[in-house]
Design a protein around this ligand. Structure first.
Ligand SMILES: *Cc1c(COP(=O)(O)O)cnc(C)c1O
Length: 455
């Protein structure tokens, strides 16, 4: 008992020390990967070691290779920093070591998921009757949503895909925006649908699906079982598809609408940005991340489905020895995992820490800081390539080679970190403001560093 207390305190101290260092340490890591690999390798010792020593060895080996991605000046990919209460809840959850498969294996884990799921639906404006699976990321949430879609469109064509598989099944048509996220394609591959099935729909100027082209695709494209993938939050530009009009079109022509809203769905949580995702409630399934804009610890995301029966039909997990199975779908019935960690505790804690007002403020603040970035870099003479509608900013520094050099210099400098991307055939710096601790001063300091390095 005392051993645990001492050990866990040491672990928490290490984590807290690292967090405290985030505002000052170089954001990127310039470690030699061979040196880092060396620190972790070596023969597995024949005899075990005391846990305190193992912890100290781990911290020493990992420290030089840790990225300050949870800190206020990390603008790479779409990355948030885990909030204090959510992180603390995750630390406790690790100590509790609960099996979140169902209410028999951990009643508390399932109850936390149910409560947090209700709050999430309220914040996002997803119908309260929808089901929620707590998954690892929007990748997994897209897979679950599209599995539900596959079930339903084939069921309507008289085909039971869970029993009969896809061999001999009626062909499914998939319509998706050409600027969809790459994970949608992987989900389709995993579901046996294949990427050749995708009928890509062109995007408008800022990367949202073009409605006239969608209408045309629905009219001329594949008839029969049909899945339409829409997007809230283009990973480059932040643009959201016009969900109301798009969903109404699909309703008229038939088909299941899945919305990949990994980060953009959070626009719904603020009255200032809600119009960007107006009509989202008309979709059939939604994917949304917790570990991006909501600032929850990895890994955490949500697969929502308007039809819990369809969700469970596609994903449910039952076996004779699973005492809890057979009732209302929960836990592992709504995801692709059997044994699962209890990520619902951190979700519950993170939402409670912010409150609905705090979530709205987080979204508004990040959008405001993204506009500040755009204004600062424009004033410095650089080109902002997208319309900054949400938290994403694309910046060009001249030709592709020059932009890549600026991105590399910024990453090496360590004041802040932003990645490069290719959008519409051009290399650009991509800045995503998704961290709850980022301030105006952080943005100004980053703009100054980027300007200096680009010069
Ligand atoms: C990040 C992202 C994903 C994938 O999410 P993971 O959490 O990495 O699994 C999918 N779609 C969009 C639009 C994203 O931004």
């Amino acid at each position: 008992m005392e051993d645990f207390r001492h050990l866990f305190r040491l672990a928490a101290d290490h984590a807290a020390d690292f967090r405290r260092s985030l505002s000052d340490r170089p954001v990127g890591v310039s470690v030699d990967r061979a040196v880092l690999a060396e620190a972790f390798t070596g023969p597995l010792p024949a005899a075990g070691r005391p846990p305190e020593q193992v912890l100290a060895d781990l911290v020493a080996a990992a420290e030089p290779g840790l990225v300050a991605s949870a800190g206020p000046r990390y603008f790479g990919f779409v990355v948030g920093g885990a909030s204090p209460a959510a992180t603390a809840a995750d630390i406790v959850a690790a100590g509790w070591d609960q099996l979140a498969t169902n209410a028999v294996s951990s009643p508390a884990a399932v109850a936390a998921e149910a409560a947090a799921g209700g709050w999430l639906k309220e914040l996002l404006g997803i119908p309260a009757s929808a089901s929620v699976g707590f998954v690892t990321g929007a990748q997994a949430a897209n897979t679950v949503g599209l599995a539900a879609a596959r079930h339903q469109v084939l069921a309507e064509a008289g085909w039971d895909v869970e029993r009969r598989g896809l061999l001999g099944a009626p062909p499914i048509g998939v319509i998706a925006g050409e600027e969809r996220h790459g994970t949608v394609d992987r989900s389709l591959r995993l579901l046996g649908l294949g990427t050749d099935l995708v009928h890509p729909v062109p995007a408008g100027p800022n990367g949202a699906i073009d409605l006239a082209s969608l209408r045309e695709a629905l009219r001329a494209g594949p008839s029969g079982p049909r899945i339409v993938c829409l997007q809230a939050g283009n990973v480059n530009t932040g643009a959201c598809d016009p969900l109301r009009e798009a969903c109404e079109l699909v309703r008229r022509h038939g088909g299941w609408v899945h919305v990949d809203g990994a980060f953009g769905l959070w626009a719904a949580a603020s009255p200032v940005t809600r119009h960007l995702v107006d009509g989202l409630e008309l979709a059939d399934s939604w994917a949304c991340d917790g570990h991006k804009w909501l600032n929850l610890p990895y890994d955490s995301a949500f697969a929502f489905c308007a039809r819990p029966d369809v969700h469970a039909a596609a994903m449910s997990y039952s076996a004779a020895y699973l005492v809890g199975s057979g009732g209302a779908p929960e836990g592992a019935d709504l995801t692709a995992e059997s044994s699962r960690r209890a990520r619902g505790f951190a979700v519950w804690a993170g939402l409670r820490e912010l409150g609905s007002g705090g979530v709205a403020a987080l979204v508004e603040r990040c959008c405001g800081l993204a506009r500040r970035f755009a204004a600062g870099l424009t004033a410095a003479g650089f080109e902002v390539a997208n319309e900054v509608v949400l938290n994403q900013v694309l910046v060009g520094f001249g030709d592709d080679a020059r932009t890549d050099r600026v991105v590399a210099a910024v990453q090496a400098d360590g004041t802040c970190w932003a990645g490069g991307t290719t959008w519409r055939g051009r290399r650009l710096m991509r800045i995503s403001v998704s961290n709850a601790t980022t301030t105006e001063a952080d943005v100004d300091r980053s703009v100054a560093a980027i300007t200096r390095l680009a010069g």
